[in-house]
Design a protein around this ligand. Sequence first.
Ligand code: GDP
Length: 382
Amino acid sequence: METVALLILIIAAVGIALVAVVAGLVATGRRKPKPLPNTHTDVLGTPPADPDAPPVELSSPPATIEPDAEAVPVLERPEGTASRLVRLRQRLAGSQGTLGRGLLALLSRDRLDEDTWESIEDTLLTADIGVAPTQELVGRLRDRLRVEGSGSEARAVLREELLALVDPTMDRRLQVSGADGKPGVVLVVGVNGAGKTTTVGKIARILVAEDRSVVLGAADTFRAAAVEQLATWGERVGVEVVRGPEGTDPASVAFEAVKDGTEREVDTVIVDTAGRLQNKAGLMDELGKVKRVIEKQAPVTEVLLVLDATTGQNGMIQARVFSEVVDVTGIVLTKLDGSAKGGIVVAVQRELGVPVKLVGLGEGADDLAPFDAEAFVDALLG
Ligand code: GDP
C-alpha cells in the first residue's frame, strides 16, 4: 500500500514538473508588444526617447498577445512653422545667393561703365526676371547709383529696388478658411511634373501642423500613381483622402471630397487636379467642370497654380494658359532649390497679376515655405 502511495506521489511530482516546463516554454514564445517606431520629426521639441533610461517594469505581464506594432499607423508630426522658415531661408540663400552676389560685385565696381551695365542686364535676364522688369530695374539703378555713387550704397539701393519689384504689398495669405460653416476649398492646378501632388501633400502638412482639419481630394484620376502618392501623403499625417477608381470623372471625386469635408466639418479641403495640357479647350472643360461641381457644395476659396521654377519661358506659357482657364489666386513656385532662376518670381507675378504665395525648396515632406518678399530679397543678397 505504501509503495502504491509513493508511486502516485512520484507520478504527481513528475506531472507538475512537466506542466511547469511546458508553461515556461509557452510564456517565452509569447511576443512582447514592440515599441512603436519613432517617426516623429521632433522639430516641435518633443524630447526623443532616452536610450540610457532604465527599462520600464510592467507590474503584471500582458494578458493577451498585442497586435503587431506595424499594424498601428504611426502619424508623423509635420515640422512647425518657425523651424521650417529658418531652415528653408538658408536653403533659399544657397540656391539664389549667386544672383545677388553677382549683381553686387558688378555694382560695387569703381566705375559703372556701359559694359558693366550690360553685364548687370545679362545677369538679371539669366535669372529669368524678364525683359521689361530687367530694363526697369537697370534704369532705376542707373539713376540712383549715378547720384548716390556705388560702393557701400550699392547694396542698400539694390535691396530697395529688388524689393519694390517683388512687391511686399501683395496679400500672400492662403485662403484656407470657408464661411457659413463650410470648409475652405483650395483647388491646385498645374501641368504634370510641376510638383502639384507633392505640393498638395506639403500644404496638408502645414495645415496639420497648425492644428487644422483637412480632407484631400485626389481628382487627378488619370494617373493611378498620383492617387496613390496622395493617399500616402494623407496617411502619413492622418488626413483622409477621397479617391475614386482610375479614370473616374475628376469632377465627381472633387465633389465627393468637398461633400465629405463639409459633412465632417473640416477646416479645409484641398483638391489635386489633372494637369494634361494637350489642348486648352479640354483643360478648360475639365477644370471648369471641377470648379462648378465643387461650388454646388462650397465656394472655392483659393486656386493655386503650381509652376516649376526651372522651366523658364515654358513655365510662363503654362501660367498664361492656366490663368485664362481658371481664376488663379496664388502661385506656388516649386524646385527653387534646384535653380538660381529666382527671377521668375517677378516675371510670373507681373504676367498674372497674382502673388507667389508659396515656394517649394526641396523634395522633403516639409520643404514648402510661405513666400516672403523681404526674406526672398535678403536671401538673394546673402
Ligand atoms: P505633379 O505631376 O505635378 O503632381 O508632380 P509631383 O508632385 O509628382 O512632383 C514631380 C517631382 O518633382 C517629384 O519628384 C517631386 O519630388 C519633385 N518636386 C516637387 N516639388 C519640389 C521642390 O520644391 N523641389 C524639388 N527639388 N523637387 C520637387
